[in-house]
Design a protein around this ligand. Structure first.
Ligand code: URA
Length: 245
């Protein structure tokens, strides 16, 4: 219902509990009832039309926030950069205000979970310019897994691309999306991230998309993400504030 633009998720739950929804002629009041596309869902006497699903890859410029609302009211939202309106889009995970690069905008909750939840281990690749000279020892520390918020970061791969003037260009891949994760990982080993760009999400590369440009994912790309399997051998219990959405 929320995907169809009726109201927010919480409000939709209230509407269901108030007995205002029926599926194929039967009133439902239980939350979490699943429906098929062929089911007829009626809310307050009106048949629900499911919103089309949209999947956009955006090359986010710095200076935009990945949020549906800017509570301070001063900053621009990434949604201003795409023409799709009225579809209750959200971002899959988040990039900071000053981070550039690949971010997916969608209105499909299941898709978002598959791409962003660490249990699916979809790798995110970043290019970072960090202060100072990064040596092999520091790279090893990152790859061995440093502790953030009392929990070890696993699955990090780091490659030193080249030294720059008193800085180092690094490429790293991670499969979690904790708040300011890359910046905090480097802070822990004594380096400051000067510039950060996400260049890849899973198999999806930015390719020729210029900063501020976007494109729609192809059906093959969408299905590849939707068919990602959960990694069964690990149990993830991140604090809820760490989850990307
Ligand atoms: N890690 C960060 O520190 N910032 C981002 O925007 C993304 C990952």
């Amino acid at each position: 219902m929320a995907d169809a633009g009726i109201a927010s998720r919480r409000k939709c739950e209230e509407i269901i509990e108030q007995g205002r929804v029926s599926v194929n002629g039967h009133k439902i009041t239980k939350l979490g009832t699943t429906v098929e596309p062929s089911d007829r869902v009626v809310v307050d006497g009106k048949t629900l039309r499911t919103a089309k699903k949209v999947y956009i890859l955006l090359n986010k410029p710095a200076g935009f926030i990945c949020s549906t609302q800017d509570w301070g009211g001063e900053r621009r939202l990434v949604f201003e950069l795409v023409r799709e309106k009225g579809l209750r889009l959200f971002t899959v995970g988040r990039l900071d205000f000053d981070t550039e690069g690949a971010i997916i905008l969608t209105n499909d909750g299941e898709f978002s979970l598959k791409v962003s939840h660490p249990r699916y281990e979809v790798t995110k690749v970043y290019e970072a310019v960090v202060s100072g000279e990064l040596d092999r020892e520091k790279v090893k520390r990152l790859e061995k897994g440093i502790v953030l918020d009392g929990r070890k970061v696993t699955g990090t791969k780091v490659m030193i691309v080249r030294p720059l003037n008193n800085r180092t260009l690094v490429r790293l891949s991670i499969h979690e999306g904790r708040n300011r994760q890359v910046k905090r990982m480097f802070e822990q080993i004594g380096h400051r991230v000067v510039h950060l760009k996400r260049v890849q999400i899973g198999f999806l590369k930015l390719g020729p998309l210029k900063c501020g440009q976007y494109r729609y994912l192809t059906p093959t790309e969408i299905n590849r993400f939707l068919s990602v399997e959960e990694k069964p051998h690990k149990s993830f219990k991140p604090p809820s504030s760490d989850l990307p959405e």
